[in-house]
Design a protein around this ligand. Structure first.
Ligand SMILES: C[S@@+](CC[C@H](N)C(=O)[O-])C[C@H]1O[C@@H](n2cnc3c(N)ncnc32)[C@H](O)[C@@H]1O
Length: 260
């Protein structure tokens, strides 16, 4: 009853899921944009509350698993308020190049302000764009990251294909996303938390039940780790590796672009 099967493919003329609601591609983009416009002022505070601060550790684990080199060109997709960007910048600040991309102007401004306050923004480039149509040339980046952004895109396979296109041969993609525990009991408790506690937390702490209801539903609708791995392989990634976190409630997917 709590579990709905993940969406496997979303051809442009097919409806897609916005949480549990079935909508057109266009409607989903608008609704996702509205969610992030609404949550921007509370985004960091709510992330800390909902994950009890653990999201910082998961984000550092993503960066560590990618072994980014100081001279790398890195693209952070769905950059949000810039947590991943900050971690990358700490590695690439002297020799590398970092581009932060987000479709939402408010979130991108929030990232810029936060990084400016941390005194690190002068060498970071900001790009307001859709991760499904990245406005950069083929083979531009050594590493692409995307944390908690993939399930918000309308077409996961298209986003993954864009990641592959902009990576240099030998480059790597790291995706950090919510996922699905294998253990049925943990899955049941997790879904209870998502559907009962999360919207209530959103209501009490941010005065916004609706956005956090979407957040919960979008996590449940997101493909399993194995299914996402299959999609990465289907678009052309090699050596795709899954790193489960917190009993599989969160997962890192790593994939490489081959040299040929
Ligand atoms: C849950 S936030 C994640 C932010 C940040 N990466 C983090 O881990 O804290 C999702 C972000 O994805 C962005 N987003 C949603 N759809 C997008 C798309 N199609 N292209 C680029 N960014 C998108 C939203 O604007 C939002 O800033």
């Amino acid at each position: 009853m709590l579990y709905k099967p993940p969406i496997n493919e979303t051809p442009a003329n097919q409806p897609v899921q916005f949480g549990f609601e079935t909508v057109s591609h266009n409607q989903k983009s608008k609704k996702v944009d509205q969610v992030f416009n609404d949550v921007t002022p509370y985004y960091d505070w709510m992330n800390n509350l909902m994950s009890l601060g653990m999201h910082h550790q998961w984000k550092r684990q993503l960066i560590d698993s990618l072994a980014i080199s100081p001279s790398d060109c890195v693209l952070d997709l769905a950059t949000g308020t810039g947590d991943i960007a900050y971690n990358i910048h700490c590695i690439t600040e002297s020799n590398g190049y970092l581009v932060c991309l987000d479709i939402n102007q408010n979130m991108l401004s929030s990232a810029r302000d936060k990084l400016l306050n941390l005194g690190v923004s002068d060498k970071i480039h900001y790009l307001q764009a859709d991760a499904q149509a990245i406005p950069v040339a083929n083979e531009s980046f050594d590493t692409v990251t995307m944390a908690f952004g993939l399930r918000n895109t309308t077409d996961i396979r298209l986003t993954l294909a864009e990641c592959l296109r902009v990576l240099k041969p030998g480059g790597k993609l790291g995706v950090l996303e919510f996922s699905h525990p294998d253990n049925d009991r943990i899955k049941y408790l997790y879904h209870q938390y998502l559907l009962s506690v999360l919207p209530q937390l959103g209501h009490i702490a941010a005065g916004d039940r609706k956005s956090y209801q979407y957040l919960a539903e979008s996590i449940i609708q997101h493909p399993t780790a194995i299914e996402l791995k299959r999609q990465m392989i289907t678009v052309g990634f090699n050596l795709v590796e899954i790193i489960p976190i917190l009993s599989g409630t969160v997962a890192i997917h790593l994939g490489y672009k081959s040299y040929v």
